[in-house]
Design a protein around this ligand. Structure first.
Ligand SMILES: [Zn+2]
Length: 444
């Protein structure tokens, strides 16, 4: 078995759940390279200042965090601000981008623990002649050599905390259950099959580093949860790609994967039960994905070029109707997800031309119908759920995906710390702090 992120190395001396809480707060309130004080960490985690000091001391020793010069406060002791350190650990992220229903190219970044892209995005095309697009072992070797290339930009003191890899598809703990995008595990697959193939395990062996593999939209959800400013602990992420729609689910501050990783798949919610329901790429009938993607819209419009499609005027009745229907179908899928999960907000990543375009364009009907449909069709929660469009060009979506893959590494460490924290004995001071009782000074 590969080493899951965070299980290797020296055992932690302080409570792992406390370290996890401090890491979460550092990421959520202070992404990038901003500073935070121990006092603020204590306030935000609910941990006592003595516990925070111990956890921070170990994080400094291990190279996660560093201290800045002390700042005078006027009264009392000066504050020593903390920030993420990029001197020791960095995060690597790789997105597998599909082309023509096979892996087409890799996009990679090196990111700081605070989520800042330090190197990249760098693109590497996969070589069909070498089997990198159709042979799983050749693909693994290509990703491994790409990771080596990314590492060549490291400073001598830097090492990867781990490598995050993401792709469009249904993943169960690193094994690809089905990826229509990559043509993986489909009956009509052109892949040279292997009976079982644990992508995460194979990559971990090939790269000799801790690797975590995630679905692309779950990775985006993880990034929004980790570095999104802690705006919400309950939200959905929906991403509209050229030929697919993906979803991610965050409840109570955790990304929810379900039994085998398929939770939150908005793209495969049934929204058309009529006899004319379109066939989805997954072979199902009437799914969101069959209506709401740029490719689906282009097919219905009989226009070849997407840039041309989003410029069609609002006076074009047929075009308006096509964009309208696509928006209604996606709106229904989102409304059903909102009813079931009662989130604060739904973040929708989508092509720039579909997010609040100029009102004189037919494409404006897409976003208008999404918001109207969610408001109308979702249960009471829908009226309070905020819809947040994140328009991105295809290139930006690839960059965000690679950065999200990098973020999954830190999230994975936090999860491992939380899950393995069972043996941690909470200190009396923490029990007092959680109960809202005063913490006695000097108690440790
Ligand atoms: Zn489907």
């Amino acid at each position: 078995m590969a080493r899951p992120i965070g299980r290797s190395g020296a055992p932690w001396r302080v409570g792992k759940s406390n370290v996890a809480s401090v890491l979460r707060v550092l990421a959520q309130t202070h992404p990038n390279d901003r500073q935070i004080s121990r006092r603020d960490i204590a306030k935000l985690t609910g941990l006592s200042s003595a516990t925070v000091s111990k956890a921070v001391a170990e994080l400094i020793e291990r190279g996660f965090v560093r201290e800045d010069p002390a700042q005078p406060t006027g009264t009392g002791r000066p504050v020593v601000p903390l920030r993420w350190s990029a001197d020791h650990y960095v995060l690597l992220g790789v997105k597998i981008v599909d082309e023509d229903q096979l892996p087409g190219h890799l996009v990679g970044v090196v990111a700081s623990l605070g989520g800042v892209i330090l190197v990249g995005p760098i693109t590497r095309r996969l070589d069909a002649a070498r089997g990198e697009r159709t042979d799983k072992r050749a693909l693994v070797a290509a990703i491994a050599s790409f990771v080596t290339e990314l590492q060549s930009g490291f400073r001598a003191s830097q090492q990867p905390l781990g490598v995050g890899v993401e792709l469009g598809g249904h993943l169960d703990r690193g094994t690809v259950v089905l990826s229509v995008n990559l043509g993986w595990a489909q009956a009509s697959s052109t892949w040279e099959e292997l009976d079982t193939f644990d992508l995460q395990q194979e990559l971990s062996s090939a790269i000799a580093c801790d690797v975590i593999v995630h679905n692309d939209v779950n990775a985006l959800a993880i990034r929004d949860l980790l570095y999104g400013g802690a705006g919400s602990a309950n939200f959905l992420v929906c991403a509209v790609y050229n030929n697919g729609v993906g979803g991610g689910l965050v409840l109570d501050g955790r990304v929810r994967l379900g039994r085998d990783g398929g939770a939150g798949e908005i793209g495969h919610v049934k929204v058309d039960t009529s006899p004319e329901a379109r066939k989805c790429r997954c072979e199902g009938l009437g799914h969101v994905e069959a209506y709401a993607t740029p490719n689906a819209i282009l097919n219905t419009l009989a226009v070849r070029d997407w840039d041309q499609a989003v410029m069609l005027p609002a006076t074009d009745g047929h075009a308006r109707q096509v964009f309208r229907e696509a928006g209604v179908r996606l709106g229904l899928g989102i409304a059903n997800a909102v009813t079931l999960n009662d989130p604060d907000k739904v973040i929708v990543y989508l092509p720039a031309g579909l997010a609040i375009p100029e009102v004189d364009k037919a494409a404006a009907a897409y976003w208008t119908e999404i918001t109207a449909t969610v408001e109308q069709e979702a249960f009471t929660g829908g009226r309070r759920t905020e819809l947040e469009p994140r328009p991105l060009s295809p290139w930006e979506l690839e960059r965000e995906g690679a950065a999200a893959a990098a973020a999954t590494v830190l999230y994975s460490l936090i999860e491992v710390l939380e899950q393995s924290a069972g043996s941690d004995e909470p200190s009396i001071e923490d029990i007092r702090a959680h109960a809202g009782l005063p913490v006695l000074s000097g108690m440790a």
